[in-house]
Write a protein that binds this ligand. Sequence first.
Ligand SMILES: NC(=O)c1ccc[n+]([C@@H]2O[C@H](COP(=O)([O-])OP(=O)(O)OC[C@H]3O[C@@H](n4cnc5c(N)ncnc54)[C@H](O)[C@@H]3O)[C@@H](O)[C@H]2O)c1
Length: 276
Amino acid sequence: MACQLLNGKKGIIFGALDSKSIAWKIAERAYEQGAAFTLSNTPVALRFGEINLLSEKCHAEIIPADATSVSDLEHVFSRTMEIFGGKIDFVLHSIGMSMNVRKGREYDDLDYDYFLKTIDVSAVSFHKMLQVAKKMDAINEWGSILALTYIAAQRTLVGYNDMADAKSLLESIARSFGYIYGREKNVRINTISQSPTRTTAGGAIKGMEGLIDFTDRMSPLGNATADECADFSVVLFSDLSRKVTMQNIYHDGGFSSMAMSLKAMTQYNKSLDEDS
Ligand SMILES: NC(=O)c1ccc[n+]([C@@H]2O[C@H](COP(=O)([O-])OP(=O)(O)OC[C@H]3O[C@@H](n4cnc5c(N)ncnc54)[C@H](O)[C@@H]3O)[C@@H](O)[C@H]2O)c1
């Protein structure tokens, strides 16, 4: 793409694990659009080694951090500011994990230690990130902070489990902190509610393939891909969206406004015919 929407912008991208990760695609697109950034993920994720490819491609230093650790986050922000010689312009939170999902614990049989971990990793980490950034005065005026979320925060979807609760909290944090950060520093905070996408985290959700097919049939524009999410994220990081804050924005081909589509009805009727 010829335009340089993020020319001169500097940031931090949390959560690129492998080339399927939504954060990976966002990093590639942000780099193409002129941004410079650091990458962060857990020491365990970094041991997989794939992120080194992204780091080389985007000339981005990798800073290990567990996003539930305030001191790790302080290090990520201070090192990033050191690299870029001052404040930054954007942050991506693309982090989610549920041990209940991983271990197959159903929502009416949750392990509560796992549940608290889900909330800490997938939602409270966003608050920690924002609080660290604000206390360090790390973000330039009109800077943009984004987190990725899912419609299970508003509607019940079978199999999404305790991640639905984590996403509700994540979206609420974006609003509550967005007010304060906007009022005091003109910094913007939004969440993107993305279509189901084939990634490592996405693959852990029960019935993911059926869900992807269903939402694709239900959405007038079809599911949004990770690459399309990257395009949209770049717009939200850019100065073209300066007055957008405290929003949860659906990036889902229209799924969130649908109740029944012709394509989904046709498929449903076919299965009824087979049953009879
Ligand atoms: N895949 C989907 O269908 C989908 C849909 C909507 C929203 N999302 C959201 O997008 C975000 C990115 O997920 P993805 O689908 O790209 O999967 P992914 O598995 O590629 O990314 C999840 C990332 O979270 C990181 N992570 C886990 N625990 C962490 C911790 N303690 N500290 C720091 N990082 C940690 C992982 O290492 C990984 O990089 C998540 O918030 C996810 O819920 C995904």
